[in-house]
Design a protein around this ligand. Structure first.
Ligand code: HEC
Length: 274
């Protein structure tokens, strides 16, 4: 027992101090004030620290953030080994590949001399083409039209005519503009004026994986084939079926309508405009 607890004057002083400090604390949090905020531990609030993107005279380049060591390659955080029964682990490892972007043919559409590659560098199944169709219809058709002729809902309102993918320019592979690598590049990076100042078409790399971009390129070839292919291009076993489908479509269509493409059967085919 100390005298302290029993001394009324000390008790009063303590209570007064408590009341005062409660009054002082009041209004610290949440209240609006034109006064600068009270700081009880200024050394913690104002601890010297380095902010990302900040300046520092400690390093010769004046930056706080350090550059990665030369030759560093981006790598996913998850080191999963893909297993066949786990779609999610496979998708993670695919993303890692995507970050690495080590293959210029696949990720830039260019060969080792920097020229556009003529053909999609992967083998595609019909599933891939259908996926390409879906992605094309989402990302490209509004301007370029469901049939690729440049008359999409937005494209037909453009201040100048949009390119027609059925033109020789995009079909004759002796021209750069008809190379698969070039179409891939445009889909991802858009079209820019020669001086790089004006963006004529937005790039879609933010919305498309590299794989899906190639699928779109392959689907543009499908669209082209709908206007240029003849029955002799169809495997013999399916010719009769295709011939019957074309005849049925021609007799069902009103006079003057263009023959709808036979692949794939569910696509709207005449322009993008509803
Ligand atoms: C917002 C409208 C719009 C969308 C969406 C769009 N484009 Fe374009 N695209 C344009 C315009 C405009 C041009 C013509 C640019 C120019 O040369 O002035 C163009 C040109 C092109 C060309 C021709 C480039 C050349 O050098 O001749 C290709 C190929 C192309 N687009 C592919 C695509 C693909 C693939 C997609 C979908 C991933 C797509 N575009 C989505 C507006 C669009």
């Amino acid at each position: 027992m100390t005298k302290f607890e029993h001394h009324p004057a000390v008790l009063c002083a303590t209570l007064a101090a408590l009341a005062l400090s409660a009054g002082t604390l009041q209004g610290c949090r949440g209240d609006r004030s034109t006064e600068p905020p009270r700081q009880f531990f200024p050394d913690l609030d104002d601890a010297p620290k380095w902010e990302p993107q900040g300046e520092s005279n400690f390093f010769a380049d004046g930056r706080m953030m350090r550059q990665p060591v030369a030759g560093t390659v981006p790598f996913g955080r998850q080191a999963f080994v893909p297993s066949e029964d786990k779609a999610w682990s496979t998708s993670w490892s695919e993303k890692r590949e995507d970050l690495l972007k080590a293959d210029p043919v696949f990720y830039a559409g260019k060969d080792d001399k920097g020229a556009w590659i003529a053909k999609v560098p992967v083998k595609f199944s019909q599933q891939d083409l259908l996926r390409g169709q879906e992605r094309y219809n989402i990302s490209c058709a509004s301007c370029h039209g469901y049939d690729g002729a440049g008359q999409g809902t937005v494209g037909s309102q453009w201040s100048y005519p949009l390119p027609n993918f059925h033109d020789e320019k995009y079909r004759d592979v002796s021209q750069d503009t008809a190379k698969d690598g070039y179409l891939y590049h445009i889909a991802r990076n858009g079209v820019w004026s020669p001086d790089g100042a004006q963006n004529k078409m937005p790039g879609y790399a933010h919305a498309l994986t590299a794989e899906d971009t190639w699928r779109i390129v392959a689907y543009i070839r499908v669209l082209q084939a709908t206007r240029s292919a003849t029955l002799s291009d169809v495997p013999e076993a399916q010719r009769e079926k295709v011939r019957a489908a074309i005849e049925a479509a021609a007799s069902a269509a009103p006079a003057g309508a263009t023959t709808p493409p036979t692949t794939p059967p569910t696509t709207p085919t005449t322009g993008g405009a509803p």
